[in-house]
Every structure is written in C-alpha cells, then in structure tokens.
Design a protein around this ligand. Structure first.
Ligand SMILES: [Zn+2]
Length: 348
C-alpha cells in the first residue's frame, strides 16, 4: 500500500523544460564559487534562493553560469542533475536548455563546441549510469541581440550533434520582456535547417496571448514553454488546440515568476481542462527550491489534479519530446508498465 504522494513521487516522468545550470546542486554551486572566487548574488546563505520575482531571480541565475568555468565543471553538473532527479522524482527522459552565449563572456571563454560537447559528455555518462535518455535544445539568450541569435543558430547548424535537436530561449530581453518576434530570423533559419523550435512565452506579467500566437504562427513552434496566457484569448486557445501544440509548464515557478497561487483556478488547470497537451517540469529547480517529484506531489495536487491527470501529463511529455519515435515507443511501454505496477500498489 502506498500513499497518493508516494504514487506521484514514484510515477515515471519526463522533463522537457529544464535549464542545465538550474540542475546544479546547491553545494556544488558553493564549492565552485569558492574555487573560482565568484561572489554570489547575496552573502546571506539563508536568503540565497529567496527571489521576489522573475527579474530578481534572473540576476542570480546569470551569476550561477560564472561558476561553470571548465568543460569538466559543466559535465559534472550535468551528471549530478540526473542522479538527483532520478532519486527525487523517477526521471526517465529529459531535454535541456543550454545557453552557450553566457560561457562566451567568461574571462577564459568557452566555445560553443566546448560547452555542447561537455554537456553531452556528462549526460551520456548519466544515461549509462541511470538509464535516463536526453536531448539538448540550444537556448537563445534574449538579453543579446537578434543578430547574436542568428549567429548562434549558425553555430548549431555548422556543428551538428545528434543529441542537439532544436532551439529554445532563456533569460528576458534587456527591457525584461518576452518579445518573441525579435528573434524571428533566428527561428526561420533554424526551421529551414530542420531544427525543432520552442519558445518561452505567455509567462511574464506583461505577456499576452498574442505572444503565444506569435510563437506558433511566426516562430513555427510546435511546443511552447510556459504559454499560460493561451487561455486568456479563445482564438489563441482554438489555434493551439487545432495544431495540438504542447505546453511545457512549470507549476512551482509560476508562484514566483508570475505571482500566481497554485489552486484550481490556476491557468495550468484551465489548460489541462481545455484538453491541451500539458507536461510538467521544474524550469529552475535549484533556484526555486523545487524538484520533479515535488512538482507532481504538491503542484498537481494543489491544482486539483489526480492520478489519471498525472499519468496523462507524464505521457504528454513523451508525445511532446524532440527525440525519435523509437525512443518514444520504448518510453511509452516503460511508463505504462510502471503505471500498472503502481496502480496495484495503490489499490492493495
Ligand atoms: Zn525556462
């Protein structure tokens, strides 16, 4: 006999919306910051992860990139993040946003290839050790220019890796907005070269449903990160439903970055009720003191969602993933077998 909380904890999971730097352990952050003499964003250890809002959090998040100085640091963090997520939430497959533009600004810059190959090395070792498959999505830093984004996509195209399957985004524009259309040229180039596309839209307090529409119609995304404003306009909701757009949501982060309460009136609940494909991720586990198990155990429960919803959400993560169809079929079979085993434990 297991409790509902145990059931949700043990449920096999995918995670599609996950920034690699945010999978770092707090003690690794401290250790590397000490080694390289990087001052963290506050001296008060108790308040290190107390953020007022999205803009406040992003200040800390940028600093955290500075402690990753070598390919070995990056590979270590990648591996440790998988070990933790398996223990904390039975992670089975993950996609990572990695933003090479931050590492180009280090005192000893790391190249695109150095960063990406370090990520792949760490995650490949973790796949051998824990059986967790992965893909990498290169994130456009919205703080940088539209031209820099095009340049980044050119690097992705010029240095193909089978593990690198698409482009996404992180950070905010210098004006602290989403502004999806600013990066239209980078997305067009990515699309022309067969890269998958996703974008962070519909999250911030000033975001509108039109940002979600732009990501779908102009950027060519078939998956959206956050996207909560989709339910604010019936015509955008209908567009997303018609095109079966998947949404990689992050419940806990919305309590900080969007200022919302997790309850039955939350937009994620409305998205689930509208039949949109919804998956659940941590976004930035280190900074928001969350983990994948907690997102299901506490997040879904607070939204008023039950076991069948949790199973549907776990499977939606497979449908929306950017991996091959063979990988998806294996994951679906594994997940369904695990559901049956867990159902038996719950009913006993
Ligand atoms: Zn994100």
């Amino acid at each position: 006999m297991i409790s509902l909380a145990d059931y949700l904890q043990l449920l096999p999971k995918t995670e599609l919306h996950c920034h690699l730097t945010s999978t770092m352990r707090a003690r690794t952050l401290h250790e590397l910051a000490g080694r390289y003499g990087v001052p963290l964003w506050t001296d008060d250890v108790e308040k290190l992860f107390d953020f007022d809002d999205l803009v406040d959090f992003l200040r800390g998040w940028r600093v955290a990139h500075e402690v990753l100085r070598t390919p070995d640091d990056i590979a270590r963090v990648a591996w440790e993040g998988v070990e933790d997520a398996v223990r904390e939430g039975n992670l089975r497959y993950r996609e990572y946003y990695i933003n090479p533009q931050y590492f180009a600004h280090h005192a000893s810059p790391l190249s695109y290839v150095e960063v990406i190959d370090a990520v792949i090395a760490g995650l490949s070792r973790a796949e051998r050790d824990f059986g967790v498959g992965f893909r990498v999505v290169v994130a456009i830093n919205r703080r940088e220019s539209a031209e820099a984004a095009v340049e980044l996509v050119r690097e992705v195209i010029a240095n193909p890796r089978p593990e690198v399957v698409g482009i996404g985004q992180d950070d905010l524009t210098p004006e602290n907005t989403e502004d999806p259309l600013r990066f239209a040229d980078a997305y067009a180039l990515a699309g022309a070269h067969g890269l998958r596309r996703t974008a962070h839209v519909g999250e911030t307090p000033t975001a509108s449903p039109e940002n979600v529409r732009a990501a779908i119609e102009v950027l060519g995304c078939d998956r959206i990160d956050h996207g909560y404003r989709v339910v604010d306009d019936p015509s955008v909701l209908a567009l997303a439903q018609e095109r079966r757009i998947g949404f990689a949501t992050t419940p806990w982060s919305t309590t900080i970055c969007s200022g919302w309460t997790l309850d039955e009136g939350h937009r994620i609940r409305t998205m689930v009720d509208a039949g949109l494909p919804v998956s659940v991720s941590t976004d930035d586990a280190l900074f928001f003191r969350t983990d994948l198990g907690r997102e299901y155990r506490e997040g879904l429960t607070a939204l008023g969602l039950g076991i069948e919803d949790a199973q549907r959400i776990a499977l939606a993560g497979i449908d929306m993933a950017f991996c091959d169809e063979d990988d998806k079929q294996r994951l679906r079979a594994d997940f369904r077998a695990a559901f049956l085993a867990l159902d038996a434990l719950l009913a006993r």
